[in-house]
Structure formats: C-alpha cells, structure tokens
Design a protein around this ligand. Structure first.
Ligand code: NAP
Length: 340
C-alpha cells in the first residue's frame, strides 16, 4: 500500500435524515462525524478536494422510483467529486494521483479503484472535471447535438441559460453556427452576462414578465431548438414559439423539483402537430460514448477562451448542504462547486 501520512481523526460526511417534502429543510440532513475509512483490497482512499452539488440530487432525496436509486436514510449521500489519492491498495493508483469519482458529500472516501477515473491537474483546473469538461458539459453537448439534432442555422432557445448546462448549450450553439441564440435566466445580472460575455443574441429575465411574451419578443422568427432545463411555463412558451420541424430536448425541470403536487402539463401540445415538432427527454448517462468527441471539440474552445465558463465556489464541507440549496434557489452562476 502506498500512502501519505497525517490523516485526521474524523471524516465529516452528510447524511439524509428524513425525506424532504417540498423545499428541503436543514433538519432533513445531518453533518456526521465518522472514522476515516481504511481502503480494502483494490481500493483507494481519496481526500476530496472539490465536491459537486447538482439539481438531480433533489430527486434522489425522494423515495420515488427513478433512474437513480433514492439516497438511503441515515447513510452518506453520493455525488460527483474530485480528490487526491492519499492511500492506495490498488494497482495503477498511487498516493498523489487525482481522481474523479462518485463519492462526494464527504471529506474522505474509500472506493474501488475501478470506480475512479484519473484526471490531470496540469491539463485543466480540477474543478472543471465536474463542470465545463465534466458531466454538465457533456449534458449540454449530447442534449444539443444528439437529442435536439442541432444543425447550423438553427435558432436555439435555452432556459437556465446562466447555469452550468445552459451556459454551455448557448455557447456551443453559437460556436457551431446557430442563426440566433436566446437565453432566459433569473436575474438581470445573469441576463447581462449572457449578452455581454457569452455572446447570446437575446436574453431575458423570466421573473420580469410572462415567458411566452418575452420569448416572442426575443425570438420574433421563432425557435428551431429549445433546450429545456426548467419545465413549466418555459416549456409551454417554447412550444408556442416552435418553428416547423422544431425539436425540444427535455434535460431538466427544475421549476417543479420541489412541487408537492404534479405540475400541470403544457396546454398547447397540439401545436406539435402543426409544426411536426418533436419533444424528447434524455439522460447524460446514456451518452458517454460522446465523451471523447466532446473533450476533443469543446476542450480547445475552453482553453482558447472561445467558450467561457463561470463557477460559483462555496468553501467547506459544512457548507455542502447550503451550496446544494443555493443551486435550487439560483444562487449560482455556472457550475456550483464545493471546495474542501
Ligand atoms: N438529463 C440529464 O442527464 C441532466 C444532467 C445534468 C443536469 N440536468 C438538468 O439540467 C438542469 C440544469 O442543471 P445544472 O446542473 O446546469 O444546474 P444550474 O443551471 O447550474 O443550476 C440550476 C439553476 O436553475 C435555475 N432555477 C431554479 N429554480 C428555477 C425556476 N423555478 N425556474 C427557472 N429556473 C430556475 C436557477 O437559475 P436562475 O437564477 O436562472 O433561476 C439555478 O441557478 C437541471 O434541471 C438539471 O436537473 C439534467
């Protein structure tokens, strides 16, 4: 076993205590002190450096059956993280290696090396393996290019446009020749960022008035592609502005994640007949075959600054929960990251 000395006595980790109803409350969670685990055969012990908080985690806090198993009550939650190997019992891994894995929400994790992917801190900042070059980046790439069948000349509307996925969708569309890129976000500062830094052609604050009216003004010639991160009235508005043969990729529905009653569906689905429109949901997990192509195409844009990104970084494991709640509230611009 290779290891670095000086491990602390305790490992702090976040447990789900009760399943939230509506908006999650601090009492639904507990920051628990546990022992730093010992890596078994074939395992590595990782000190987490950057931990991801993502909207999908809200779904895993519920008992409802979904594509990912619910978090277990009284157990540490999971999520993406990047850390440094501090002890290794696994061939091919040594103390000092940096790895991407799925055991976030804690300071130290012992995990099977087969579930760890080495990442290079010299090739890109470590946090970007959780965001612009990681899961959220691939979500944008796969959803836009594969699910929405984006092609040059399309007019593209994306909601949640200042967030991790949305900001990348709009910029990839621009870089690949969209005729018009329109974004919506929840503050005037975010709208300004879309227009001034990310090169969107039009953007609006969805809190400033009805989405359908604001979208019609921002996209007078309609939209060919809608990348949906939020659902609700955004989806209905996009159907209302959809062009002939338009495509809608359903990525997320964050506006309804904390609802206690099912949200009403769009009232204007019949418009899909007239437009021969298509709505299709997707999960990034089904599209990892695109990862090499994604890194090859998007990596250089990120390095050259043609594709810009922001991260909102919250410090300390004790603030992991608050960072997660902040994503649901819209406190973040770009990827929300917890730095330990
Ligand atoms: N299908 C997949 O495989 C997949 C993978 C990753 C993510 N997703 C989904 O993609 C979406 C974006 O994820 P992300 O990681 O990039 O998060 P994000 O956009 O960085 O953060 C979430 C954002 O949602 C916005 N929001 C919150 N409540 C809202 C509401 N009621 N109406 C409109 N916007 C609201 C907030 O921004 P504002 O300030 O603009 O309101 C917040 O910053 C989420 O729905 C997520 O579940 C899906």
């Amino acid at each position: 076993m290779t290891d670095s000395p000086a491990l602390p006595a305790v490992n702090r980790e976040w447990h789900l205590v009760t399943r939230p109803v509506g908006w999650p409350k601090p009492e639904d969670f507990a920051l628990v002190e546990a022992e730093v685990p010992t890596p078994g055969d074939g395992q590595v012990l990782v000190r987490n450096l950057y931990v991801s908080v993502d909207p999908y985690m809200r779904g895993r806090m519920s008992a409802a059956k979904s594509y990912a198993a619910p978090y277990e009550l009284g157990k540490v939650m999971q999520g993406g993280a990047v850390g440094e190997v501090v002890a290794s019992n696994a061939e091919g891994f040594a103390a000092g290696d940096h790895v991407l894995h799925f055991f976030g929400w804690r300071e130290y994790a012992a995990l099977d090396a087969k579930n760890a992917v080495k990442v290079d801190p010299d090739a890109a900042p470590l946090s970007t393996y959780l965001g612009v070059l990681g899961m959220t980046g691939l979500t944008a790439y796969a959803g836009l290019l594969r699910t929405a069948s984006f092609k040059e000349g399309d007019s593209v509307f994306v909601s949640g446009a200042a967030g991790a996925v949305g900001s990348q969708v709009g910029q990839i569309a621009r870089l690949k020749g969209a005729s018009r890129v329109i974004g919506s976000a929840g503050s005037d500062e975010k709208v300004k960022l879309l227009l001034d830094e990310y090169g969107f052609d039009a953007a609006f604050n969805y809190k400033n008035g009805p989405v359908s009216e604001q979208l019609r003004a921002a996209a007078p010639d309609g939209v060919d592609v809608y990348f949906d991160n939020v659902g609700g009235d955004h989806l209905e508005a996009a159907i209302g502005s959809l062009n002939l043969n338009g495509r809608i990729a359903i990525c997320g529905a964050i506006s309804v994640y904390n609802n206690t009653e099912p949200a009403p569906g769009p009232k204007n689905l019949a418009r899909l007949i007239q437009t021969r429109g298509r709505i299709e949901g997707f999960l990034v997990g089904d599209h990892y075959d695109l990862q090499p192509q994604f890194v090859e195409e998007v990596g250089p844009w990120v390095r050259s600054g043609e594709l810009k990104y922001r991260e909102t970084v919250v410090e300390g494991i004790e603030n992991n929960l608050e960072a997660f709640l902040g994503v649901l509230r819209g406190d973040n611009t770009g990827k929300m990251i917890v730095k330990l």
